[in-house]
Design a protein around this ligand. Structure first.
Ligand SMILES: [Zn+2]
Ligand SMILES: [Zn+2]
Length: 299
């Protein structure tokens, strides 16, 4: 029997009176994938992000039936309504030949693991031009994504292209660029974006005022569509706007300030969208940042 057949999300869906956004955080899978779900429940979050393997290794782990079963059972008994997987940092679908082939295989593996686990979205860094012509690198990214989508057609999982801060030839520095890639792939249903507020700010987007935030949402609406936002990444940035710096900080303690994070979690247009913290684990920790988000959301 296919995993997707025996697993349904019935019983863990949102009821009508539940809060609009799904607040969550990135959690460690040390001790097993199910341990991350237990950590999420202790924090009383509605969403979580995990790696399914070591994000700095090419070899993805293969999941045993026991891994999958304990993860799914833990999820059914938890506060978590939505899980997002973050793919390996090594993947560069815009890379040169050898790296590109390895990346296509690794991304296919990520999607297969998500499918086994019943996870419907996987976040992907769009890659880097590694010193080559940017247009050529974007062309390679589109070709590679097309191949991954074709290979995983029978196990559909939504790939969320993450907005990047733009250091060192990274692709995906604007919503428009991600829209270009999605358009080139014919608006495939399995493509969406992960709007990383820290990275958008690093790339130059001013999200610190009402007007700035509304301009960001208007840009999302124009270039990719609201429904393609599969998740937000929330963290403040130690670097100033437009510096291409990507140094995560606790909410309200960096150059961004607290305002846009409150706007995201209380924005009805992003109802039931996972809002995943990627803030440091020290200091006020997950507990402090989650409490701030819940207060701004109103519950
Ligand atoms: Zn990321
Ligand atoms: Zn980052």
């Amino acid at each position: 029997m296919e995993f997707a057949e025996w697993y349904t999300r019935e019983g863990c869906g949102l009821s009508a009176d539940e809060p609009m956004s799904l607040i969550g955080t990135h959690l460690s899978v040390s001790g097993g994938l199910h341990r991350a779900v237990e950590r999420a429940s202790l924090l009383e979050v509605e969403a979580m992000q995990i790696f399914t393997g070591n994000p700095l290794q090419w070899r993805g782990r293969s999941l045993s039936l026991a891994d999958v079963d304990s993860f799914r059972r833990a999820l059914l008994n938890s506060s978590v309504k939505s899980v997002v997987v973050h793919s390996s940092y090594l993947i560069n679908l815009a890379g040169e030949d050898g790296v590109r082939r390895k990346s296509i295989d690794a991304m296919t593996g990520e999607i297969e693991r998500c499918y086994q686990l019943g996870v419907d979205s996987v976040v992907l860094h769009p890659g880097s031009s590694t010193g080559r012509d940017r247009g050529e690198a974007i062309g390679q990214l589109i070709l590679s994504l097309g191949e991954v989508l074709a290979r995983t057609e029978k196990n559909p999982v939504r790939i969320l292209l993450e907005t990047m801060a733009g250091a060192g030839g990274t692709l995906g520095v604007s919503i428009e660029e991600l829209g270009y890639v999605i358009d080139a792939l014919g608006w495939n249903d399995c493509l969406g974006i992960c709007a990383d507020i820290c990275h958008l700010f690093g790339a130059g987007v001013d999200v610190r005022s009402d007007g700035g935030y509304e301009r960001l949402v208007a840009s999302i609406e124009k270039h990719v569509g609201i429904s393609r936002v599969g998740c937000f990444h929330l963290s403040d940035n130690k670097g100033p706007r437009g510096s291409n710096v990507d140094r995560h900080e606790h909410l309200g303690q960096g150059e961004i300030g607290i305002i846009p994070f409150g706007m995201v979690v209380s924005d009805e247009r992003f109802e039931k969208t996972p809002c995943i913290l990627e803030t440091p684990k020290d200091g006020i920790g997950d507990e402090g940042n989650i409490a701030l988000l819940k207060k701004m959301r109103g519950a």
